[in-house]
Design a protein around this ligand. Sequence first.
Ligand code: MN
Length: 383
Amino acid sequence: MNRKISLLGSTGSIGTQSLEVCEKHGFDVIALSAYGNTQLLEQQARKFNVSYVCIYNDKKYDEMKQRLADTDIKILCGMEGLCEIASLQENDIVLNSVVGMVGLLPTLTAINAGKDVALANKETLVAGGQLVMSLAKEKNVKIYPIDSEHSAVFQCLQGNKRQQLRKMILTASGGPFFGKSYEELKNVTKEQALKHPNWEMGSKITIDSATLMNKGLEFIEAKWLFDLKPEQIEIVVHRQSVVHSAVEYNDYSVIAQMGVPDMKIPIQYALLYPDRLECPTRSLSLTDYGKLTFEKPDIETFKCLGAAIEAIKRGGAYPCLVNSANEEAVRAFLNDEIKFIDIGEIVSSVLDEFEYSEIKSYDDVSAADKKAREYVIGKIKIY
Ligand code: MN
């Protein structure tokens, strides 16, 4: 497999697992980026003998240059550097696994350059769904989802007609606090919120899983990726994370994708599509699980989820506003500035705070993003 790949966000959880997949299948990794982990980025750059690295945090630029001073590797930094490695001429595919809204511009840049994108950055579609999907169509570029739920749907669509799809069943693990009441959530600690029952992930997405915002973001992501109406997406809590999602066709046949909860499976499917080769993971034993359960989500208690669904129903800038508000609220929670339940309160308050506005360009997304962050930062001072 001699495909050339740029990997954005290579030191994170998806990034390191993606490199395992690249190594297994002999991909030619030509560029890597990280936010600030210079040590791991250096190791990866040497191991994969890349041509470019980008360190997003420009304060680490000099350090990065020193670390790789004995090599020919070109060192870039900041958003400019990210966009450069997202659009390299020699690229076949760009894997975007950066965290947060920051991922949107590199995704748009890669699409503009005609590069296929393997997308693990869900905020890209949440904040700029219509921009990304219409540009991808115009440039005839493929977006391969890496999020396990969207990969599941993508897999269930193979060999079937998209127009004959009735609905999507989006499964949710429920996170560490499933079944808890609003009262009980008031005393949740950061340590408890950072423990996910099934998946090993970075801290932003782990908190999003605990608040169920992650499922809200995935709801919006699914709407854009598969051109669904919000009414066509049903969220089902499935504690075991074995059924990664399912689709129902017009004949009421339901097709689900299953497997052990390991992101290397959807990562590899996005990178090797349509091939299915040996993956560095393990086999699923259904009898080890014995029982698979399915329940309704509690969107009253987990306010982030309700807010995200409402945001995509309203459309315009609302999905971007709730996403940016959430990014700021999660950052504040991880910094011990607010409590766990405040995240949901803050995110849902955005729906009342802002009037409807349209998203027609990247600048509109940027403006909405800034507005939401300023609002949240102001609000946090009151807490
Ligand atoms: Mn997911």
